[in-house]
Design a protein around this ligand. Sequence first.
Ligand SMILES: C[S@@+](CC[C@H](N)C(=O)[O-])C[C@H]1O[C@@H](n2cnc3c(N)ncnc32)[C@H](O)[C@@H]1O
Length: 502
Amino acid sequence: MFKVDRKYQAYYTKSEPIVDYMVNNLSIQPDDKIFEPCGGDGVFIEAILQQNENANIEVFELNSDTVKGLIEQFSHYPNVKIKETDTLIDNDLTLNSNFGKKYDKIIANPPYGAWQDYNKRKGLKKIFPNLYTKETYTLFFFRCIEALKDGGRLVFIIPDTYLNLHMHKYIREYILTKTKIKEILLFPSSFFPGVNFGYANLSIITLEKWNIHNECLNNEFRVISNFQKVNQLFEPESEKLKTHYFKQKDIYCNPDYAFLIADNPQVLNIINSVKTKISDIANCVTGFYSGNDKEYLQVISSNLKNGKNYQVVDKYKINKNYSKIPNILDGISGQDYFIPIVKGGNIKFLKPDNWFMDWSNESVQHYKLDRKARFQNPQYYFKYGIAVPMVSSSQITASLIENKLFDQSIVGIFPKNKNMIYYLLAFFNSLTCNKLIRTINPSANNPANYIKKIPFIAPNDREFKEINQIIQQIITDLKENITYNPKLELELNTIIQDIYGF
Ligand SMILES: C[S@@+](CC[C@H](N)C(=O)[O-])C[C@H]1O[C@@H](n2cnc3c(N)ncnc32)[C@H](O)[C@@H]1O
């Protein structure tokens, strides 16, 4: 991987199929006024000129060295204008967008997550009051749509996070009501050779600007996914790919205008029709961080995964009755001041006590004052609940929090009705729940805000009893160090499937 300046985030589109695909999608006409807002090393300009050497192209680029390169490369094209400027705040662009001198076509691979200094961010917040200014790509996206003529077309390659994340709600509303989306392709960022973006998936979005609200909402577009290799970009009809068709109006009716993409329509139906969400029946909160785990966290054995760098806990210092200590939130005064803490890691139903936190009076006092520590949501520490790790592998998992401390990599779920614990434990470990959360948020992250949005359907008496019995069996087996019978988990999955219909 090569090093990239965080200010410019100059990851170039070094993939011929991606460039060709995007330029083809622009449907260039001879008289088009084309805009490239983040010129870089000019890959799009080159590809456009190959289609039409007289194409009228305006190029913006912030980095003066890169501008020099562009001038060298394209100075013999009188039809290519290169300007060193900041696309996000360029005055001419603002004036042109406001007064109708707009572009027919815009193509870009804008910087993702480019670092903005504090003052610039403040300025950007003024220009883009509704957008999340810490993430740059949506600012370029919005600004460029504004700069399009009615009927003008834009092709952007950007991360796919604008489709679902809370912070991008406004840009979703904007594109659903001000543009007609033609197509969205979703593919792994590894299709970009040699670069790791830190984003799991990228998208290529093609859309047209239309200022007629109702026409936009009635527009139908397709989302193509399941790409295995980059050449499949040219086989949109391939059976190996998944294509979903949507009306913008339907996406507009989804909670937070999220682009919920699921193979099974019942998943969408449940997300939209079930009004009770997990947030209505349970409190969902993130847990504790010491501020310096190397100093305060200890491990049961150095052989434990990731345990090497931690001190092994002295068994005599482990407090067995901490949950009964009054004022435990102030710490422990005796010599046995280490208590178990539930951490991340994808283990279902019950986690062994492998990690222990220093909970002496002194240390707890420190956690409460230290700037790096997070003594957050303490009213839920030492309560009976469920732990869902914030990062999951392919399947979301959940385990019991039996009156323990839980750390910040965990979302602690505390049902308002305590009887629901086992049902929720079964639910959060089920394939059904996995489909729901991955539709609500396709990344492998399960922050509290997304967990809260999962629809909740209560079981009937029979289902409730069956689930409780099975969970009790699993927990008993795990406590006796016996691996539970996998058939039990299949039974749980089947019952939850019957309740939700998938
Ligand atoms: C992700 S690269 C893409 C370059 C090129 N379009 C490509 O696809 O290979 C983004 C480019 O935008 C430039 N850039 C970053 N911030 C910018 C800004 N605010 N205004 C204009 N250009 C910017 C960077 O210097 C970099 O060359």
